[in-house]
Design a protein around this ligand. Sequence first.
Ligand code: ACM
Length: 558
Amino acid sequence: MKKIVFALLLLVGISLQAQEISIIPKPAKMDVQNGKFLFNGKVVICYPVAKDVDFRKVVDNFVVELKETTGVKLAKSTPKKQKSAFGDAVKYGKKGDAHIVIHIDGDMAEEEYKLSVTTKRIDITAAKPAGLFYAFQTLKQLMPRNVMAGVPDESIREWSVPCVEIADEPRFSWRGFMLDEGRHFYGKEEIKKIIDVMATYKMNRFHWHLTEDQGWRIEIKKYPKLTEIGAWRDSKVCAWGDVKPDGIRYGGFYTHEEIKEVVEYAKERFVEIIPEVDIPGHSQAAVASYPEFLACDPENKHEVWLSQGVSSDVINVANPLAVQFAKDVIDELIELFPFGYLHLGGDECPTYKWERNSDCQALLKEIGSDKYRDLQIHFYKQLLDHVAQKPVEKQRKLVFWNEVLHGNTESLGKDITIMAWIGADRAAKDAAMRGMTTILSPQIPYYINRRQSKLETEPKSQGHGDETVERVYNYKPMNNVDEELQPKYLGVQANFWTEWVIEPSVVQYLMLPRLVAVAEAGWTPAEERDYDDFIGRLQGEARYYQLKGVDYGKHVFK
Ligand code: ACM
């Protein structure tokens, strides 16, 4: 009998432990051990990096979050000499104190970390603030969900972390999410929530699609009409089929101050923002703002578009004032976004109006081509040169959608990045073979604005419910790619287009949990990924979403 009770207790113990450890994305290497580190008595956090502002901020933020969500107050110890921190942690506190000890190992990669939790102390090793931040994210995932959600839970009396040994680093450097705010506009608080969720799952690139035919969403000081005119339209819905314009005045945009606030917020969470101005196609809102030099046919009426689809009202790339406009916009973007990349769009750009415009016809002759697509490349070449002649700290890498590969890209060189969405695997390989870097964001199944199930309750959106969590999870990025091309693959990205999505809660519903599946594809080694295991680990996230106040697809939660 005693034996049975013991076995039962052991089973309960094991299942409790299994429940506690559900880290997403799954770490590269993890070894779960018995026991737990208890936050009782004095706990000292020892870090040899107090002088480094970026490191210190990561530690300080963790200390504050832990205090706010659990009431646990860590004592800080910051030895002056970095070297001494590699030694015995007991040096930094009294004997008997528990410790969290941070070690710096310059040989590790930027986002890599090690986390060792024993009953007596927690050791974290990283080379850079990003690695340290991810170690803390993992540590928070080892605690009740309120910690990651950033809210207190007074019902919990004892705070602890299960004993584990983790050695972790991402598979890909680019783990992205794109949100289209051109079709519908949500505002900075919604963006911050998305950045929080991304950071929870160690995603690090927020691609902000800020301009569309249906709306221009970022203040550009040199061209005020972009937001006086271009940010507003006469329908809240984007008309399509039997959905007609509703006549409701609708719009919005981000001021420079708001952009700076979001940029700071993202930086603290190790998320880089890639702003996109989609030019010269998808630009009807810009054309409506300055038809006198952006339109191919300024004599006609131009308005911010009320419909879905692909507008033919593109920028007149043969007008020198249009080229100057693009350069000026880029200059303001560079000042606002202190990151590595700028996205200039390039998808779905009809050449219909260029073919009927005498300046475009003349320019095509001048550049010695008979393909109107090459006018688009010529336009980009001027923008590329403009960015390249800036001082190093103001230079940016340019990203384009993969239709750009349909033009003669030789003049653009190899130092651009192709975001592959349509025929993504083939397009990415094409880009890599041309020597360009590439990001996989396959329309099917990574466009996570499409319906995520066939349930009746699914909100109106694109698709038929076939882009399920399972399908998203089971997409294999960089599958069957020759080894020598693999370094060109920066990573993966989920995209979210908002033609049908007016409310931020619907963005959340469609985004979660599929974004989490993409996060794991970006981080976890391919051979460690398993859908059933993922769904098991996902179950506890429902509580996180509830505490955080974000909606999610409930059908994969039991
Ligand atoms: C795209 O989906 N038009 C990039």
